[in-house]
Design a protein around this ligand. Sequence first.
Ligand code: NAD
Length: 304
Amino acid sequence: MTERLGFIGLGAMGAPMAKRLLGGGYPLLAFDQNPVALQKLVDAGAEAAGSVKEVADNVECVLVSLPTPDVVKAVALGAGGVCEGSRVKTFIDLSTTGPRMAQSVAEGLAKHGITQMDSPVSGGVGGAEKGTLAVMVAGPEPLWDRYKPALSFIGKPFFVGETAGHGQMMKLLNNYLSATAMVATAEAFVVGAKAGLDADVMVDVICAGSGMNTAVRDKFPKSVLTRTFDYGFRTELMHKDVKLAIEEAEALGVPMWLGQPMRQWWSLALQRGGTGEDFTHIVRYMEEMAGGVEVRSRKNAPKE
Ligand code: NAD
């Protein structure tokens, strides 16, 4: 029989990942502090738990997808946390928390006989819905063998190694590149708009040329040229990822100079748009600084 799994954190990423597990035949015991998010997953076939501890009292493996390192720490090790669960043995963290937090959570949980697998994901909400995320797993190999089939419903799992935190390190470096590409693409398209280039032509040319990246290929056509600014990832989380990557590089004594000005752009976007805003709005703040030009598809031109 398929193992019943626990799932905590049913937000932009957690909900579609949990639904993929349900679709793969895994019964789920789910919890989110937001009752609306929890009810939506119950409607999709999960069973609701009333607390984090109730999940950890009833399943051997708890997966979490939570917003920030501090929330993950509280849910794992705080009062009423996973560490107090009577049945749980494995904690699979799909959130982005950084390697040092992953190591500290792994050590804290180990004192309660619980093993952490840090398993952050990349590929956005669209990838979570389609089950095409890159899943970067670090933890003991026997647990990798045991949970790889379940993680395969979420995306493509990669075994990064047995060292706690290595999945997180991998993820931060991936997102450092993604965040850099987003800022550089925004700068290039705003300059293009100011110079009078057509944004659709820019996408076509760059996607056929050497400047292609995920911002030009996916994010700009879907959410910037359409002016919908709805890609599904919050500026707050991008800012967190960049900050964590730079802090890791500093802790390792490696220069990451490009990260400093890039981080300033995300700080500005966070300051202007607040914690709930989609990260694609960063383009709007650059447009303002360029004198009010717009990166817009001609298919979406304002009516004269
Ligand atoms: P989100 O804010 O949409 O979802 C977080 C969920 O956790 C919310 O439903 C919230 O109610 C719940 N939650 C918060 N505190 C809780 C608590 N103490 N107990 C129970 N539930 C709690 O965030 P998201 O975009 O789904 O991101 C989740 C994680 O995945 C983050 O670490 C993020 O960096 C990472 N991530 C996000 C994306 C993306 O495109 N959104 C992509 C890759 C990785």
